[in-house]
Every structure is written in C-alpha cells, then in structure tokens.
Design a protein around this ligand. Structure first.
Ligand code: ADP
Length: 727
C-alpha cells in the first residue's frame, strides 16, 4: 500500500480506536447507570403500589367495620330480621330494608370503593339486604368470607364470580349486638376497576411503563397497559411472573407478555396471593444512551475522518517529493545520470533530495571511471590473452589471481578450477621446489627465470621457460609470470646436440684420417724425393736437359707434397695435439713469434710495432703460431714499400680484440670467404709462395679458444686481421 493511503488509514485508526473504546466504555457505564436507575424506579414503584393496594384494602375494611358498628344499622337490621322471621309483610319493615340500603349501604359504594355492599344472615349466609337487589336471597354459606367473616373482619382474595361473571374481591366483617352476639355478616365487594386505577396511577410518566397484578393462576387481575379486558381472561407467562409465582421478589431483563424486551420488577404479595409486576420497555429505558451512542459515533467518525484528512494532506506533502525521488531513481536506473531532483525544501526530504543529487553526480563520476576501468581491463585482458605464452599474476600468498587464456588451454583447467589452484599444483613434485625457489628469488631480487615442465590436467607435461617479474601495484607486491613454450627449442637443441655429436665424431675421424694420412704419406714421399735426388746426383752428366728437367719437376713435386702434408699435419694437430689453456702474457708470445720470423723480417727489412698487449688465457704455443702466421702473411704480401706491421689489442667487454695491421697489397673483399679455407690461395706459387694453410690454422686455433677471426682491407693499401679471445 502506498504511503498516503497507509498514513491516512493509520491516522484514522489511531483516532477511531480510542474513541471507540471510550465510547463503548461510556455507553456501557451509562447503560449500567440507567439500568440501575430504572430498576430502582421500578422497585420503588412496586413498593408504592403494594402500599397503596394495602391501604386501599385497609380503607375498605375500615369502612366496612365502621358501618358494622353503627347502632342504627344493627337495630334496623334486627327488625328486618324479626320481620323475616315472622314472615310479616309489614310495609314498615320493607321501609327499614330500603332505608338500610339507602342510608347505610349505598353511600359506601361511592366512598368505600365497593361495587356491592350486602348483609348476610348469620345462620345460613343468605344475602338479606344488598345494594344489588338481584343478589338478595342468594346463599353464601360456603363462601370463605361468610365463614371467616362471622369470626372477624376477613378479606377474600380475588376470585372469579360465576354469578357476576367477573373477578371479585370480597371483604366481610361481623355485625354484633351490644352483648357481642353475632347478628349478621356485613360484606362488600371491592370495585376491581378501582384496583386497576390504583395500580395504573402514575405510569403515564413513561410511555411504556406498565404495572399490573396477576394471580397465582397466571391470570391478569388488573388491566394491562397494552391489552384490553385482560383481567381474569388472559394469562401471562413472562419470566417475571413465573419468578414471582415461585415466591421471589426481584428484577430482571426479559420478554413481557407481548414478547417485547422489558426491564421488570416483580413482587409476590403472599397475603393477597398476587404478583405485582412493573415493567418498562428496554428501548425506552435505554433510549437516552442509544441517542448518546449515536452522538458519540457521529463525533468519533467526524474526528477520525478529520484526522484521516489531515494525515492524507500531510502524507501528500511527503509522498509528492518522495514520488519525485522515486521517478529520479527510475531515470537513473534507465541510465540517465544527468537526472536531478533538486527539491528546495529545507526539511529532511529536501536534504535527502540534495544527497540524492550528490549521489548521482558521484555515480556519474564513478560510472565514467568504471567504464574507463572496464576499458582498461578489456585492454589488459586482450594484451595478456594475445601473449604467445602463458601469463599469470600471483599475490603475496602465491595465489594465482589472474591468468591468460593460454594458461587455461595449456593446462586444460577451467577458470573456476584455476582460481582454487596454487602454483605448485602445476608442476611435478620434483620440480615444485625449484619453481618455488625461483618465485621466492623473483620476489626478492625482482626477476628470476627457470625452465620447468607444466603439468596439464591429463598429466601431459609441456616444457616452459618461465620468467617471474616482481611488480608493485598500489602497496601490493605482485609477481607477473610469463612462460614460453620451449618444446620446439628443446627439439632443435636435441637435434643440434645430436648433430654436434655426429660432427665431433666425423671431425675426429677426419682429423684421425688427416693425421694418419699425413704421417703415413711422409715416408713414401720422402723415399720418392730422396731417390729422385739420388737419381739426379748419380746420373749427373748422363742425363740430357729434358731428363734433368723432369727429375727437377719430380723433386719439386715431392717437396711440395711434403710441405702440404706437413701443413696438413699442423692443421690436424691444432685439435689433436692442443695443450691445455693457461694464463700467458700475449706480448711475450708475440715476441717469440717475431723471433721465429727473424730471417724473413731481416730480409724484408720489415718494421713491426706493438701496443701494450694483455694477459690472456690461451694455449701459448698456438697463440705464437697465430701471431707468426699473421705476421708472416703481412711481410709476404707486402707492397712496394718496406713492410710496416702494427700489433694491438683492445678491450671488447667480455673478450680481447687483437689486430695485426699491415701496409701490404690488401685483399679484394670478394674473396673474404675463401681466404680462411684450407689450401685456398689468391695467388700463384710463383707470385707468392705458400700452401694456403696459414689462415685456416689461425681460424681453427682462435675458434678452439672460443673466439673468432675476420679482416678488414682496402685493396692495394693494406689489411687488418682481427681475432678475439675470451677473457
Ligand atoms: P699462404 O700464405 O700460404 O698463401 P694463407 O692461408 O696464409 O696461405 O693465406 C691465404 C691467402 O690470403 C693468401 O694466398 C693471400 O692471397 C691472402 N693473404 C693472407 N694474408 C694477407 C695479407 N696480409 N695481405 C694480403 N693478402 C693476404
């Protein structure tokens, strides 16, 4: 339910509930008070009516007793009696009879409230004289009022008289002479209409108040307010009458003889054997509070409706701005972050609206930065996902907090599984320690690498080259790990290793062959050479010029072959007879080479200069051979000037770079690849002697030491030969 109707309802209830409670309580209290008052009234009415009834009866009795005590009546009645006894028809007696009626009895009809006054003969109960002449001559000897009336004054309760065809109530009293002898019984029938009048008296004050008498046979004795001729003709069985007939006095709420709800007071009058009932309709008794109830309900409703109206108007002052806030929130929900509510009220809702506007401004800023953040994340995600290898980011607890798709594909684990794994789970037990140590090292030193095999879910292993780099993000130290798949490299390395082994083996075989060949060929060659020379010496003079020329060719060929074989032997010995490396002064070794070349230097008048040369880690004899070959070439391939050769060395970081520079004929760059190949020469033997092995030997020695050899030359102006040696 919305706020406005809810507040309206709440205020309505808050107003109406106490009013209803107070109204009901007031109603109940008033009703009780009214009931009590009514009951008191009814009880007092009954008491009053009973007293009036008794007084009326007592008055009747007294009237009758006074009448019975009149001497004149006694005397006249005595004479009437005498005349009756004498059966005389004396008019004087008849006159007495009439006078008794006229002078004594009749006046009491008016004043005593009697319908009939009569005198009974004491002996047989004959009605001798009566105000109702029709009753004279009837015998009443069995009537209780006659029997009891002889003894003293007696009131007989209401009975129905068959002869009179109506209810009667008779009072009787004895008439005695001066001596006290009974001479007659005086009787009087009460006028029950008078009784009804007494009982009815005063009930006109209320519209429904009704007082009546009922006898022990439930018959009405007096007329009721709402009935006609009910007396001794109609019964009444109301709760009040039934209770009274049981001998109880009381008051209660019940249905009266008409079935109408009444408040009734009932009394049992034992002397008269009558019920005295006074009733009033409940609707009349409670009419004031019913009126009051309607007034209270009217007031309560008016107050509650007023409260509801005020609440509704008040709620509107809250709900309208709240509605604006709701609409604003809806707008923002639809993505319109420029929406502003801007209420100018100074109350809490105004404050709320301003806070709301601040929030939307903040939200806009946050959304913009969030979008930027999302773009940044997309960017970084696509970068790490396009990395060729695997990428992971570890936190301080070595947990994997971010990774690229390659890692999921490599390991075959889902992202959900990955999030629960630590680095160790990706490696075999043997490698876990190594990887963990590398990670620790990377965290401490900033960077570390290791080669390890990544285990996949299906227990395959992929060789990776892993590099861990410490990165600082905010105040957190994280570790970015990159792993490259080195399966191909491993395969290539394996192939290379195998090729190297094969190469080494074939090299060794080749060297063995060269060594064996050069060594074993020397002997027959020496024989060819010596016997040819011997032949020339022995048959000198006998041989013609042609034969001498041929022998000279053979000797020359044998000598050249010997030289070639020696050179080949030298070349093969670089590897097979090489000494172990030792620290040596390269300057001293250069000096030894210069000394070995003493004759050639002198003969060519060459000038050899040198800088400071470093101490190196070499096979000394072989370095001497390198210097010797390079110097020898520099002198041999001299130009027209005297040869000038300069030897220097420079520090090239991890190695020394030596240079031998000359001013000779230079080398055409197109032959750069050829000159280091064994037996390859650029000149004929006639131009420059040699076998073409010098530079090949140099290359082999330098490479044996882990260095390399190259040259730089300007054709016709000189050459520089360089070689490097690791430090
Ligand atoms: P050889 O000296 O026996 O000919 P090398 O192997 O020492 O054999 O040299 C090969 C070739 O390189 C030489 O024939 C020559 O043509 C060229 N060469 C070597 N050193 C020099 C140099 N300092 N100046 C010019 N040419 C050179």
């Amino acid at each position: 339910m919305k706020l406005a109707p809810r507040l309206t309802l709440i205020f309505f209830l808050i107003a109406i509930v106490p009013l209803v409670i107070v109204g009901v309580a007031t109603y109940e209290i008033s009703r009780q008070t009214l009931l009590r008052q009514t009951m008191n009234h009814l009880i007092s009415t009954n008491i009053l009516k009973e007293a009036e009834l008794n007084r009326w009866i007592e008055d009747g009795k007294k009237h009758l007793e006074r009448l019975a005590g009149r001497p004149l009546l006694r005397e006249r009645f005595a004479s009437v009696m005498q005349a009756d006894a004498d059966n005389s028809a004396d008019p004087a007696h008849e006159k007495d009879h009439q006078q008794i009626v006229a002078d004594h009895l009749a006046p009491y009809l008016a004043t005593g409230g009697f319908l009939e006054v009569f005198i009974l003969r004491p002996g047989d109960g004959l009605i001798s004289i009566s105000t109702d002449a029709a009753q004279e001559g009837k015998y009443q000897e069995n009537q209780p009022y006659f029997v009891e009336g002889r003894k003293g004054t007696y009131v007989q309760n209401v009975t129905y008289s068959q002869s009179l065809e109506q209810g009667v109530m008779t009072v009787a009293t004895p008439i005695r002479d001066r001596q006290g002898n009974l001479i007659a019984v005086l009787g009087g029938r009460f006028d029950l209409g008078e009784l009804t009048r007494i009982i009815e008296q005063g009930r006109g004050l209320n519209q429904t108040e009704d007082t009546y008498l009922a006898n022990k046979f439930n018959f009405f004795v007096t007329e009721s307010r709402f009935g006609k001729s009910f007396a001794l003709k109609k019964t009444v069985n109301s709760e009040g009458v039934i209770a009274a007939l049981r001998g109880n006095d009381g008051i209660g709420l019940y249905l009266d003889y008409r079935g109408v709800p009444v408040i009734g007071a009932y009394n049992w009058l034992p002397n008269r054997e009558l019920c005295l009932i006074t009733e009033i309709e409940q609707s009349e008794a409670f009419a004031p509070i019913v009126r009051m109830g309607w007034v209270v309900i009217g007031i309560a409703l008016a107050i509650a409706l007023a409260a509801a109206l005020i609440a509704f108007l008040f709620a509107r002052t809250i709900t309208r701005p709240v509605q604006q806030l709701v609409e604003g929130a809806g707008e923002i929900g639809r993505g319109n972050l420029d929406c502003k509510v801007s209420l100018s009220t100074g109350d809490e809702i105004g404050e709320l609206s301003r806070a709301f506007d601040c929030m939307t401004t903040e939200l806009k800023t946050t959304t913009v930065s969030r979008d930027e953040l999302a773009r940044e994340k997309d960017f970084s995600d696509s970068v790490i996902n396009t990395l060729p290898g695997v990428f992971t980011l570890f936190d301080e607890e070595r947990r994997c907090i971010r990774w690229n798709r390659n890692l999921e594909q490599f390991t075959e684990h889902s992202a959900e599984e990955m999030s629960r794994m630590t680095l160790r789970d990706f490696f075999s037990q043997e490698e876990q320690k190594l990887v963990a140590e590398t990670i620790e090292q990377a965290f401490i030193e900033g960077e570390a690498s290791v080669e390890a095999n990544l285990l996949t879910k299906s227990r395959r292993s992929i060789p990776l080259y892993l590099t861990g780099m410490r990165i600082k993000i905010g105040d957190r130290n994280l570790l970015a790990g990159v792993g490259m798949d080195i399966t191909e490299r491993r395969r290539a390395e394996d192939q290379l290793k195998k090729a190297l082994v094969d190469l080494e083996r074939s090299n060794k075989e080749l060297e063995q062959f060269a060594f064996v060949a050069s060594h074993d060929l020397q002997e027959p060659l020496r024989m060819v050479s010596s016997y040819t020379q011997l032949l020339a010496e022995r048959y000198e003079g006998q041989l013609d010029e042609k034969a001498k020329k041929y022998i000279a060719y053979a000797v020359d060929g044998a000598v050249r072959m010997q030289r070639l074989i020696n050179d080949l032997l030298t070349y093969s010995r670089v590897a097979t007879r090489g000494q172990s490396l030792e620290t040596a002064d390269s300057h001293a070794l250069l000096g030894e080479a210069i000394r070995n070349l003493g004759a050639a230097i002198d003969e060519s008048q060459a000038l050899i200069t040198t800088d400071d040369l470093p101490t190196v880690h070499v096979d000394p004899a072989q370095l001497v051979l390198v210097f010797q070959n390079l110097l020898s070439n520099a002198i041999k391939f001299r130009g027209e000037d005297f040869p000038r050769v300069h030897v220097s060395a420079s520090d090239a970081g991890r190695e020394w770079a030596f240079a031998v520079t000359d001013n000779g004929i230079g080398i055409d760059p197109q032959y750069a690849d050829r000159i280091f190949v064994i037996f390859q020469r650029l000149h004929t033997r006639l131009e420059y002697p040699g076998t073409g092995i010098g530079l090949a030997v140099c290359k082999r020695i330098v490479e044996r030491h882990g260095g390399r050899i190259w040259f730089d030359s300007e054709f016709g102006k000189g050459s520089s030969f360089f070689f490097s040696l690791p430090k």
